[in-house]
Design a protein around this ligand. Structure first.
Ligand code: FES
Length: 84
C-alpha cells in the first residue's frame, strides 16, 4: 500500500513535514515498514482541509502532527490488516 502525503505549499505550511516524520515513526512502531510505503505528493486539491494524504485511492484530510497517530490507527491500520 502507498500512503502519499501532500507537500504542496499549503500543506507544507500546515506542518506536512512533521506529519511525515511522525508517520515514519509510526510505521516503525507498528512494524508495517514492509507493507506501507510512504511518499510525498503534490497538491491533492484539498488545501483548505488541513494536511491531506492519499492511502492508495482514498483521500485522508485534516492531518496534523497531534492527530496523526489516531488517524493512522483508525484509517490506515485496518486497511493494512484487510490487505494481509
Ligand atoms: S497543498 Fe496539500 S492539498 Fe493542496
Amino acid at each position: 500500500m502507498k500512503l502519499s502525503i501532500c507537500v504542496g505549499s499549503s500543506c507544507h505550511l500546515k506542518g506536512s513535514y512533521d506529519v511525515i516524520e511522525e508517520l515514519k515513526r509510526l510505521v516503525k512502531k507498528y512494524d508495517v515498514e514492509d507493507v506501507l510505503e510512504l511518499n510525498a505528493s503534490f497538491c491533492l486539491g484539498h488545501c483548505s482541509d488541513g494536511v491531506s494524504a492519499k492511502l492508495d485511492d482514498e483521500l485522508i484530510t485534516g492531518l496534523n502532527p497531534e492527530n496523526v497517530e489516531e488517524i493512522f490507527l483508525k484509517q490506515v491500520m485496518p486497511k493494512i490488516k484487510e490487505s494481509k
